[in-house]
Design a protein around this ligand. Structure first.
Ligand code: F6R
Length: 353
């Protein structure tokens, strides 16, 4: 049952600390700062990683591809519905990673079958033991999130982020003490966010807006995409996620005083500074800004509201910032009285192309 929560989605958002501890168990060694994925030990030498997925899982794939690239592994994320092994070269040194919570999504399954036929090596990153994806692929990396009932993916996205981080360490050489510590700390950091988030009041303030925009760079770009998808699917409000750098290539024309912009600004590097400039640009167009920040940049000087996340590595803050956006989506949909666990027109498992 829902254990006292109004919706499975809310319960599953709160299950994330437990889900992530399960995903990490036995796979990270804090003392040595290492990652071990025995299930991928037999993967051969890899020159190219193609991550294929749909929807929320695609956002996790974008995140995973960027971590692999950071570690010197050539990697691309592709929408499974757009993937064709006839157009994308696949050979025995290609690793095709199907990211699919259910393990049953038709487009992802077709992509994996094509990849296997073309001679690629395949991995299913999935929540479901014995699923079609797990059976189709040469290897399975289970995300261990536990069952997810709400149609909107929440804890499975966080678990995919963690599992893909581990995969990136496995394929891209060593983990570091810093990264392993960051992953270890994420469950407690999420708990802190769940206990203290101001998302309810943000939701009340902006529920009647014309549209909602989300911007982020680097590891926060897929979080911006995911924040918008979560909001649109459960609230039925217009929401879009953009790479912060794309704003001035078009989306800025949509920005008004009636369109709050959620800006993901973590760290204090060049990326963060550039996103702070984008925040100033949307402020100049009158848009209210909600910064999701670890307080390491000066974005709070320009933002109307702040949703805090604890300082961490880029990977840690990409996981925790998303939790703040899950709560914003949940509370806006709640304010609007939507059917949160079963949004109109959507199904938990999409088994047709
Ligand atoms: C959104 C959502 C969908 C799924 C997509 C892929 O909240 O749940 O976008 O992420 O249908 O599903 P899986 O991961 O089962 O392949």
């Amino acid at each position: 049952g829902k254990s006292g929560y109004d919706h499975y989605m809310h319960k599953e958002i709160h299950e994330q600390p437990t889900a992530l501890r399960q995903c990490l168990r036995g796979r990270v060694d804090e003392l040595n700062g290492t990652v071990t994925l025995e299930e991928l030990d037999s993967v051969g030498s890899v020159s190219d990683v193609q991550l294929v997925a749909c929807g929320t899982s695609y956002h996790a794939a974008v995140f995973g591809a960027s971590l692999l690239c950071d570690r010197g592994v050539h990697a691309t994320a592709m929408l499974a519905s757009e993937y064709s092994s006839e157009r994308v070269p696949v050979d025995s040194s290609t690793l095709v990673v199907g990211v699919t919570q259910s393990g049953e999504t038709a487009d992802t399954m077709r992509a994996l079958r094509e990849a296997n036929k073309a001679g690629g090596e395949t991995v299913a990153v999935t929540n479901t033991v014995g699923s079609s994806a797990a059976r189709e692929c040469d290897h399975a990396l289970y995300i261990r999130a536990g069952p997810e009932i709400g149609v909107a993916a929440t804890k499975t996205f966080a678990s995919q982020q963690v599992a893909l981080t581990l995969l990136a360490c496995h394929l891209g050489g060593e983990a570091t003490h810093e990264l392993v510590r960051a992953l270890r700390d994420v469950p407690d950091q999420i708990q802190t966010i769940l206990d203290t988030s101001q998302a309810t009041s943000i939701a009340q303030t902006y529920v009647d807006s014309d549209a909602f925009f989300f911007i982020g760079r680097g590891s926060q770009y897929p979080v911006a995409l995911e924040g918008a998808l979560k909001l649109k699917e459960i609230s039925y409000e217009h929401a879009e996620g953009f790479a912060a750098g794309e704003l001035k290539h078009g989306p800025l024309a949509l920005v008004t005083a009636e369109t709050p912009v959620f800006a993901l600004v973590t760290g204090d590097d060049e990326q963060a500074r550039k996103t702070v400039s984008n925040v100033k640009e949307v402020k100049a167009r009158g848009a209210p800004v909600v910064a999701v920040t670890d307080g390491r940049s000066d974005v709070d000087r320009y933002a109307d509201h702040v949703l805090e996340v604890p300082p961490s590595t880029d990977i840690g803050t990409a996981i925790t910032a998303n939790v703040q956006l899950q709560l914003v989506a949940y509370w806006i949909a709640h304010e609007l009285g939507r059917s949160i666990d079963k949004p109109r027109h959507l199904a938990k498992s999409v088994t047709v192309e």
